[in-house]
Design a protein around this ligand. Structure first.
Ligand code: ADP
Ligand code: MG
Length: 328
């Protein structure tokens, strides 16, 4: 099979893809053609690359890799409140393995179709397994959720339970049995697209949790401090952090550390004014996966740093999250 047969067979589904009307021309020409969003809206663009051995374990189920390759990109759209328009896919494949490609595209297109995000182009080459998606979305300029909009006094919220994906990574790395529910969280993250859009006009700032709560909150604080011209920090209530039920068997502090510093959860972290508290607390959004409302975990405060508060103990500083270059 040559490159073009491979594209035809596995990636080009013709017009047969659910999605918005903005795709004028998809796979097959030199470029895809997308219609610009309506006036007052912007195009949101994000790329994420998944490399075998770094972002997923060798031997991970192909359908899970297909799902995750797109999910991490859709999660970036969710974090800004954008609606998917389409995506491109660049793949390097060591061999043409029909079983693997069949599984990969099944996982990929199931998620794409669920969110109406058609594959509009890409690139295909031979090489060590590497998958890169660029996703395009549509977002209203006036209310787009950026990282730099948090202000002192804002409530801090997360969209769901944390720490399960990191627990799966830790167990895999140790060679221990991996809890299937934890593995599901690691392999099939749930992009919170409907929630992100519901937060337009309610939240001041948002980010998706790819690197861990501590580190990603640090990004929000840094960007918002710079924009607002005064140092901002956060106080988190230890009791309020939604530790994933999968971690129930662990020592409480170990589980809390995974929830604070584990990556790959792809829940949303967002800051919102007090005036929005009641409405946000009542947001029960299906998002194709879960139905629990967001959880309020703390407050944005003046002065730098993140502090963890627990009854009867002194406040503890919380450090930053995962950095791909830190271990090298
Ligand atoms: P070009 O040489 O003009 O860059 P290619 O020969 O690389 O184009 O690709 C031919 C067509 O197939 C293009 O429309 C491209 O977007 C699409 N394509 C290539 N690889 C993929 C892929 N993995 N997924 C989706 N579309 C792809
Ligand atoms: Mg060309």
């Amino acid at each position: 099979m040559n490159e073009f047969e491979l594209i035809d067979r596995y990636f080009d589904r013709g017009g047969d893809q659910p999605g918005p009307a903005g795709v004028v021309l998809g796979i097959g020409d030199d470029c895809a053609l997308l219609r610009p969003p309506r006036p007052g809206h912007l195009i949101a663009i994000s790329s994420d690359m998944l490399v075998e051995g770094r972002h997923f374990f060798a031997g991970t189920e192909a359908a899970a890799i297909g799902h995750k390759t797109l999910a991490v990109n859709l999660s970036d759209l969710a974090a800004m409140g954008a609606a998917p328009m389409g995506f491109t896919l660049a793949v390097a494949l060591p061999t043409i393995d029909p079983d693997w490609l069949g599984g990969f595209t099944r996982g990929l297109f199931a998620l794409a179709d669920r969110h109406g995000c058609p594959l509009v182009g890409g690139d295909t080459t031979r090489g060590p397994l590497c998958l890169s998606v660029t996703v395009f979305g549509d977002v209203p300029e006036a209310t787009v959720l950026r990282r730099d909009g948090a202000t002192a006094g804002d409530d801090l919220w997360v969209s769901g339970p944390l720490g399960a994906a990191a627990a799966a990574v830790a167990a895999r790395t140790r060679g221990d049995h991996v809890d299937p529910a934890a593995l599901e969280r690691l392999d099939r993250p749930r992009p919170r697209l409907a929630l992100g859009r519901a937060l337009l006009g309610l939240a001041h700032a948002a980010i998706d949790l790819s690197d861990g709560l501590g580190g990603d909150l640090g990004h929000v604080l840094k960007a918002s401090s710079r924009r607002g011209g005064e140092p901002l920090g956060a106080e988190l209530s230890a009791d309020a952090i939604p530790v994933d039920p999968v971690l129930a068997g662990m020592a409480a502090d170990e589980a809390l550390q995974l929830a604070l510093h584990g990556g790959d959860d792809y829940e949303l972290l967002f800051a919102a004014p007090l005036a929005a508290r009641e409405r946000i607390g009542g947001l029960v959004i299906e998002d194709g996966f879960g139905v629990a409302p967001p959880v309020r975990i703390g407050t944005i405060v003046r002065g730098g740093g993140i502090r963890l508060l627990a009854p009867g103990t002194a406040p503890r500083p919380v450090a930053g999250g995962f950095d791909h270059f830190a271990a090298d």
